[in-house]
Design a protein around this ligand. Structure first.
Ligand SMILES: NC(=O)c1ccc[n+]([C@@H]2O[C@H](COP(=O)([O-])OP(=O)(O)OC[C@H]3O[C@@H](n4cnc5c(N)ncnc54)[C@H](OP(=O)(O)O)[C@@H]3O)[C@@H](O)[C@H]2O)c1
Length: 297
């Protein structure tokens, strides 16, 4: 029987947790997590891959503390920059497909329109630099891989902007939110579902794998907004008239250790043209997350 085993790194992260649910219909899924597997220790990565011998390796593990990374550049680089290269080597050795996630933060945000995969990266913070190093390490190894670049990830569980703001809205009378950074909020569920759809194509008997389609693909929910626009949408939907006063502010009034790009928009045209993948609008994806939260409450 054909090997359909999938190995997910970062199984309790936002994307990793959703992946295990969405991938289950495609074949056996094994999820591994820190500290059982530590991305700062290449041998622990190699051992996990060799023990599982999967057809597909999906890397949802990452150092995602964007501001903290400014003071821990070596750890961020080991996890985000070096470990993906080790995964790529192991994937190529086994003849497996590697799926890896990248970020809008590899760009400086100066472009006036949505970023294409071919645009030159120019990360402005340590996290972005470490993620770019990971993308480049995978590309240098080659083999069968998909680097899926996404942005502003959130969902009904995990640590994210939506859950933080919903909590702050209960505690404060007014919220000041950055309104001059533009991007596409993207749900962990949509990322995982799109990943599963891509793998269903590649693993199908007539799918034939990647066939020269290895590369970087942008993968975000459709549409765009600012952090303020995003917060206004979910706070008014979730709390109605109980929503605290919302004040749009420029980035300069909310200084943080890591610089963020003003433009985080990523064009998903290449993904659509190559694999026929169409991503839902961010407002539709948001409604599903809010429904899940309401159901839970
Ligand atoms: N979050 C965003 O807004 C965003 C935006 C663009 C791209 N992305 C990318 O999307 C992917 C998924 O992000 P996410 O938001 O799902 O991340 P997340 O929720 O922060 O999950 C990351 C996972 O990596 C694990 N991890 C941390 N340090 C590790 C180590 N030393 N060894 C092994 N595993 C380790 C974490 O474990 P612990 O929980 O135990 O630390 C966690 O399970 C990442 O590649 C990220 O760079 C995210």
């Amino acid at each position: 029987m054909t090997n359909r085993k999938m190995l997910v790194f970062g199984r309790i992260g936002q994307v990793g947790w959703e992946l295990r649910h969405k991938l289950a219909c495609l074949g056996p899924v094994t999820g591994v997590e820190y500290p059982e597997i530590d991305f700062t220790k290449p041998d622990s990565i190699r051992n996990a891959v060799r023990a599982a011998a999967p057809a597909v390796i999906i890397n949802a593990a990452a150092y995602t503390a964007v501001d903290k990374a400014e003071t821990e550049p070596e750890i961020a680089m080991a996890i985000n920059g070096t470990a993906p290269g080790v995964l790529a080597e192991e994937a190529r050795r086994l003849g497996s497909i590697l799926v890896h996630y990248s970020t809008d933060y590899v760009f400086d945000g100066a472009k006036q329109s949505a970023y294409l995969e071919a645009d030159a990266p120019n990360p402005q913070n340590v996290y972005g630099k470490s993620k770019l190093a990971g993308d480049e390490a995978i590309q240098a190894v080659g083999g069968d891989y998909l680097i899926l670049r996404t942005s502003w990830v959130y969902g009904a569980r995990g640590s994210n902007f939506l859950l933080t703001m919903l909590r702050l809205a209960m505690e404060r009378d007014e919220l000041r939110i950055v309104d001059d950074q533009t991007g596409a909020p993207t749900t962990s569920e949509c990322i995982a579902q799109a990943t599963a759809n891509l793998l269903a194509q590649l693993l199908a008997p007539q799918g034939g794998g990647l066939q020269g389609r290895s590369g970087i693909y942008n993968l975000t929910n459709a549409g765009e907004t600012t952090w303020f626009g995003f917060a206004k949408a979910f706070l008014t939907k979730h709390y109605g008239t109980e929503t605290p006063k919302l004040i749009p502010i420029p980035t300069s009034e909310f200084p943080r250790p890591a610089k963020r790009p003003a433009n985080s928009r990523l064009s998903c045209q290449r993904l659509e043209e190559t694999f026929g993948a169409v991503m839902p609008h961010w407002e539709d994806a948001l409604s599903l997350v809010l429904e899940t939260l309401a159901e839970r409450a």
